[in-house]
Design a protein around this ligand. Structure first.
Ligand code: 13P
Ligand code: SF4
Length: 354
């Protein structure tokens, strides 16, 4: 099976969920209710930077974490709490369950998936791997438990470069899946010999280079921050390319006063918190006149809200379950990533606060 023969499934991108507006008093009341629910259920929130700002602040206020996908995995595994409430997308909940099989892992909405995960069906992926037995299989965390179970290494954007560099230095050839933009970025930086599954993120693929050039001309002193799931001609214009954590750190640490940010707009909550006086500009999506399917907001991340979080804690539903045979295989490459991170001190300084 060659790369050219891979037929990607059509991704059904859902409309952006429209949550009823809450007054500040309603937000405060709902947060109080959820805090009490979390305490009563020995539960902790593990939220991604792309989720609603109210969820991020609630996670911070209740001793949970707000982080990138690497730190979310690590944080969940280090908790004593019996329940992990993962606010993010499905693969994040599955990773938490794979690492913590004895814990209850729940999510506000189990339909919150990811175009990368959807675009890499396990059976087809396995056939691709079978056709390239001489390659090490490195998969991005944004995949199903079954795809992880077929891999040698799992990586996130925060650790992909050092792991692939390490493998390349050992002379390994790499089969990379599913994000072709991140994969080709990793190849350009490390020089590794790689073949790619042709998946992409519907959110980051919308960032367009010509419109970005125009925005840069309007803000010549702004630093350009780009998540590596974006296309190469957007990455090529970046001052900083990195994981969500790396982009937040850049805003906090760089001297620039303005930043053009090419990633999901949910990240602005933490960026503003870390650097309240800096100006954040959304990188343009899809160019003028085009139909934007994502508009820099992941529709699946948007499925998490205070409202459905409270409901799920009330109804005791939406628990993640993973087949035990799949889990036993999937935990190996995930743990390999976490061990590598610990050994090389990667991301250890973040502790969920960028
Ligand atoms: P990070 O691991 O950088 O947070 O990325 C996760 C993700 O889904 C980006 O789209
Ligand atoms: Fe997946 Fe893209 Fe959403 Fe991240 S932003 S969860 S990669 S669809």
């Amino acid at each position: 099976m060659s790369v050219a023969s891979i037929k990607l499934p059509t991704i059904q991108v859902p409309p952006h969920p429209q949550w009823p507006d809450l007054t500040p008093d309603e937000v405060a009341a709902l947060k109080n209710k959820i805090s009490a629910q979390l305490q009563a259920q020995d539960a902790v929130l593990v939220a991604h930077y792309y989720t609603d700002a109210n969820l991020q602040s609630l996670a911070e206020e209740t001793g949970g974490c707000v982080a990138d996908s690497l730190e979310m995995a690590r944080f969940g595994a280090a908790q004593d709490a019996q329940t992990l409430v993962v606010c993010g997308v499905r693969f994040m909940g599955e990773t938490a369950k794979i690492l913590n099989p004895e814990k209850r892992v729940i999510m506000p909405d189990l339909n919150a998936t990811c175009s990368l995960d959807e675009g890499c069906p396990a059976e087809q992926f396995s056939a691709f791997c079978d056709a390239h037995p001489e390659h090490r299989v490195v998969v991005y965390a944004n995949t199903s438990a079954e795809v992880k179970a077929r891999s040698d290494w799992v990586v996130t954007s925060g650790i992909a470069l050092p792991i692939v560099k390490y493998l390349a230095q050992r002379g390994e050839k790499i089969l990379w899946a599913p994000d072709r933009h991140l994969g080709s970025y990793v190849q350009r930086v490390t020089g590794a010999e790689m073949i790619f599954w042709p998946g992409s993120c519907v959110v980051h693929e919308e960032f367009k280079s010509v419109a970005l050039e125009r925005t840069r001309r309007l803000h010549p002193d702004a630093a350009v921050l780009v998540h590596p799931e974006s296309p190469q001609n957007v990455i090529d214009q970046a001052d900083v390319v990195g994981s969500t954590t790396a982009l937040i750190k850049a805003v906090a640490e760089m001297d620039n006063q303005e930043f053009i940010v090419a990633t999901d707009g949910g990240i602005f909550y933490k960026m503003q918190q870390m650097a309240p006086n800096k100006v954040l500009i959304e990188a343009p999506t899809a160019g003028e006149g085009a139909t934007c399917v994502s508009c820099a907001h992941c529709p699946w991340m948007g499925m998490n809200s205070l409202q459905n979080l409270s409901e799920v804690l009330e109804s005791d539903s939406n628990e993640i379950h993973i087949d035990s045979a799949v889990r036993e295989r999937a935990v190996v490459p995930i743990q390999r990533m976490l061990d590598f991170a610990a050994e090389h001190g990667i991301g250890m300084q973040n502790k969920g606060n960028a």
